[in-house]
Every structure is written in C-alpha cells, then in structure tokens.
Design a binder for this molecule. Sequence first.
Ligand code: SAM
Length: 281
Amino acid sequence: MTPQDAVLGWDEDTNAEAYAAFTRAHPMYDITSRDLARRARLDDARLVVDLCGGAGATARAILDLVPARARVVSVDNAAAMQRVGRRTLTDPRLSWVTAPAEQLDDHIPSGGADAVVCNSAIWKTDTLRIFNAVAHVLRPGGLFAFNIGGGFAGVRHPDAQLAPEGPSLNTLIRQVAARDHGYTPPPAVAGQLPKLPLATVTGQLAAAGLSVLDTEVTAQHSTMAEKKAWLSVPVFARPEGDFTHAQRMEILDAAYALTTPETPTVTSWLVVVAHRPPRTS
Ligand SMILES: C[S@@+](CC[C@H](N)C(=O)[O-])C[C@H]1O[C@@H](n2cnc3c(N)ncnc32)[C@H](O)[C@@H]1O
C-alpha cells in the first residue's frame, strides 16, 4: 500500500502552485536536486527516472546534465503537482507518469534505467517497495541517488550546531499558537527513534539487491526569510491540528515578526548513492 499521507495535500492545485512558486523563488530544492543529479553521473545516460518528481524542480536539474538524446521520466502520484510541471517545463526529453513511486516498475522497462534520482521525498514512501522497484528498473551498474531529511535519518551536520542561538521558527510558531489560539502541542514521545536511519536504509537496499556506494551528511544553509516562505506552502504550514490555512499564516506572521529575517538557518541531509552491482563475467 502507498502510505496514507502520500497524496494528501500534494494533490491540490493551490498547494502545487505555491510549492512550484517556492522552488522557483528560493534555491532550496534546486540545490539539493542539483547535488543528487551530479552524484548520479548522468553524462552518458539514456533513461533517467525522477522519482517523486513533483512539479519538476529535480527534473530541471537532471535535464541540465543528461545528453540531448536522453529521456527523463518524472513519476509522482500527485496529478496537481504534475499539472504545474507540464505547464512550466516543456522539454521534449521529459515525460510525466502519474503513479505511486512504489509502482515504478509498472512504468519503466526492466533494467532500462541508467539512474534513478529522488529528491526530498523518500521518507514519505514505502521504502522497502521503492528499493525493490528501483532494483528492478536499474540496469546493472545503474545508480540510485536520494536524500533523507536529517530529522528522519537521525543525522545533524556540524554546521547545524554552530547555527546562532535562539528559538527556531517552528518553536516560535508553537509558542504563538499556544498564546493566541489555545494550541496544545502533542506530547513529546520520549526516546522516539528516527524513521529512516542509514542502518535501516542500507539493510533495505541490500535486501532489494542494491548496495551503497557513498553516503554524506550535508548542510543546507538558508535564512529565516526562506524558512518563512517554505512554511507558507500549505503542505508544510504549521502547527498541525485543527487550523485553517489563514490562521496558520496569521500565526506564522506573528512568529516571524519575533525573528530577524537574515538569521542563518541550517538544514541537515543524509545523501545516499547506491547502485545495482554491475554484472561480473
Ligand atoms: C517535497 S516534494 C519533492 C518534489 C521534487 N523532487 C522537488 O525536489 O521539487 C515531494 C513529492 O513527493 C511526492 N510523493 C510523496 N510520496 C509519494 C509516493 N508514494 N509516490 C509518488 N509520489 C510521492 C509528492 O506528491 C510530492 O510531489
């Protein structure tokens, strides 16, 4: 089964437009997409899959690196995201498949892909099924490059420890919501483990017949102003619970007013490059 929250929110036009506008106005998804596309060594690729490709930010990065004769297939289960992508990214090498990433192997020929790239999404999916499907579509020697948000992987880049003191925008949002809207945060679960640590990823990849070639914890440097813009996209808006988007934006504005826009922020990522081992003769 595709995880329950996989489509919720993403398949709404207002969200898709807001998300795509964010990816064009701010470098966050472009930087991580370009990093993965570079690691996937695409210079000779003929077929590349952009897994959970959304509105095309990652496809743009891939298209910049593949040869003129290559094909890129962007797979995502949110039709609304792909509607924006189809309208704004019209490269003849790119096609769109609206389907759960877990069913990738129904849409790509077995052993036909030189690389699969998945930016900023894998922890939302059923990774065991995804890794099996990726192993099925990759040619021997083909590469699979993806990243996992630091909180989900349980990693923190050293730069994140050097970030300036002071509450995060998320903390301020919770404080303002409690003060002005009677919000009660859900109780913290003591000892909660990260959802997708490297050991789990490595084990699942190995079970699917893929092996890890390289991993790196990276730091993405940003500002409070970019974080605020990101938290304005409906799927990312907080706090959770029974709030309208307008209320969340009111809370965000009040929380943001307590910060300095240029304050640096750091997001950690675990980047993984795996491959389907080449055939040995
Ligand atoms: C943060 S966006 C990333 C999109 C794109 N890679 C980028 O960097 O802009 C996450 C995307 O993952 C998609 N997604 C989440 N779970 C999925 C699943 N199980 N199958 C297909 N798409 C999924 C969502 O629809 C959304 O478009």
